[in-house]
Design a protein. Sequence first.
Lengths: 390, 467
Amino acid sequence: MATPRLPAAEFDAEEQLDAHHLPEFPRDPSGMVQMLTPEGELSGSDFRGYAAAEEELPALYRDMYLIRRFDQESTALQRQGELALWVPMRGQEAAQIGSARAMLAQDYAFPTYREHGVAVARGVAPADLLKLFRGVTNGGWNPKDSNFHLYTLVLAAQCLHAVGYAMGMQRDQLAEQSLPKAATMAYFGDGASSEGDVHEAMVFAASFNAPAVFFCQNNHWAISVPTEVQSRVPLAHRAHGYGFPGIRVDGNDVLAVQAVTRWALDRARNGGGPVLIEAFTYRMSAHTTADDPTKYRLAAEEEQWVSRDPLTRVEHRLRATGTGDDFFRQLEEESVQLAADLRASVLSMEAPGLEHRFATAYAEAHPLIQEELQAWRDYEAGFDVEGGAR
Amino acid sequence: MTLNTFNLPDVGEGLTEAEIVRWQVQPGATVAVNDVIVEIETAKSLVELPSPYAGVVAELLVQEGETVEVGTPIISVSDTPLEDSGTPVENPPAAAHVPGELVTPPPPAPASSDAGAPLVGTGPKADSSRRRPRTGRPSGTAPAQPTTTTAPAPATAHVTDVPSARTPAAASGASRRALAKPPVRKAARDLGIDLADVPATGGSGEVTKQDLMSYQAQRDAEQDHAPSFWGAATRPQDERIERIPVKGVRKATARAMVESAFSAPHVSIFVDVDASRTMEFVKRLKASRDFEGIRVSPLLILAKAVIWAAARNPSVNATWTDQEILVKHFMNLGIAAATPRGLMVPNIKDAQDLSLKELALALNDLASRARAGKTQPAEMQGGTLTVTNIGALGIDTGTPIINPGEVAIVAFGTIKQKPWVLDGEVIPRWITTLGGSFDHRVVDGDLSARFMADVASILEEPALLLD
């Protein structure tokens, strides 16, 4: 029988947590990590090697610019009847690009259904993202190619997947020391933070010290429910209750997001355990194309966030540091081409037949599926008695 | 010049209709892909629709204030400028400019016209889930703000300008859609069967697979029994010959056909027709509010064409008696129909007086009664000219035999895409073959040719019916 532990020993993690030496990230007046102000001022240029070098800024801007154009074209395609639904992400470009560009190839991301920026940064072809929304597939890409999982439509379920996968990585490392150290990213939103799955995922991650980074994009609106209804305290504070660090970052500051995520991933890969990052951002568009945000939020609020637009501040910074018009013009041309290619791809997508569904239910042949396929074929054949003209 | 039609998409999830609130373009305006063309209001939100086509607005097909179903054509855009485009109409800016926001790109290559079909929302609409008509908005409340594809624009004044008395969507439009499970529905569509015609035996009044099967059984019987059809050579010869008593409809058909074929000298002629416009017209009718719940097929246009052409060539609508030719100044249009009892030719009385819609209803009624075996003898008497639709079985054409007492019959072949030469180029068009048989005692070759050419001309351009 084990010796009962003293209460103090039981909770030594809390002590450890207080001793977490969070890097001295530059903070904005409200206390969240920020490196590039909305006006484009750089408030912390270097910090323990996590922040991007200034030369990387044009590439980050390009990523954000192109994904915004992609998002816009996809919205238009939905409005034209070419997509069943679209999930806009305007306003969240910095949170997505910054976090995705912090990941290494061996890391693995588990997205919601809004992580278009992360997807493209991980190497998923933009058009592949639209297949699901056009209804021609349940997936769209092979997650193994990009270490970017399929979109999860069940709120918060991906957090459990991310922790489970991270625990698997942990065990693989033990068995095979030569594997590169890796971590998972669990993307979720402020709305999903109220789901039980997130709680369970955080408990397991803490219990097993899983190399998982919880990346919460607090975009302020869970469809029509504001964040204040989800939590009385900043969501980042919740991490404390699980015994791992939580940190709030300006989600519209691509540099800050990238730096914080790099730090968290680095820490997780090296056995430091999970981290919760709350990216404080704003969904500038509707929840989906089937939503009308004017019914639950005021125009004044949206206006306020326009001045905090994640692209504008980078543009300010780039122009201030001498990036010429050529760069912006070329980028626009590139985005126009991207949109045209995307449109052409979408219009030429073909739906696979129902038979395809049976082929993709399991990786390997499965007797039940075979039986069901045969039953379906028989059923179909049962009708096939007439020419079927007109 | 290609005319691209944009059908109302489902901008929400499973919405069935929307109101056209405000057009932002007018005919003659030049639009680029993604230019905002119209504001619509659905049960969920006020939405701006971007144009899927680049070109010049040819026509606005729905008025402001009208509520139309998803799938209804709302605007046509020509991909080439009109002769006299006049001053291009200025499109209002789509939305307030947002820093960092991108401008609408120049149009990529315009999509082909068939890409205009909306992906979603074209399916059957939910039963009686129509939105209640809105009452006027209190004038004091802030107007709803349009959802845009770019940024939420500042609230604009036009939205408040909502007439308070909206006429509710016509209650008469309640669909008489038959209940059935999706696979049955699909099978019926593939077989060309209107489920409304199938007697339903399901627990909730739905058409079951069995219902559909037995409905088809009459025509299918031979095929169903095909595997066991041949008698073994070892069996006595007598048992290998099935004796079917000749009676009823079969007997009457036989007598009538012999009488016709051996008393009336038949002359048969055929013409290939490009029926693409007819197909397009039928598609439009199907989508139009007026024809909601009415089955519309190319046969309707043919029927109308035959009536029209008969008036221009009256001797085809006649009867031969050895002493006189009786020219009928009325059209009792016979429609040959395969029924459970055999071939029947009920006719639509005074078809010349029917509007297109009435004719469609009459055809529907006639067909469903015939299939249900409810055709009354009176409905088969007094026909003046007959149409036989052999295309339903995928047949191109044939030589029809004139219904006794008449002097002309038109056979309508299947309509399918075939290569067709137009202006020296081979392009796929919807082609059908019309076959006609005429009693040479009354209708000479040139007259029959003119009549057939007239019928063909309507199928090629249904708009001619308007003059």
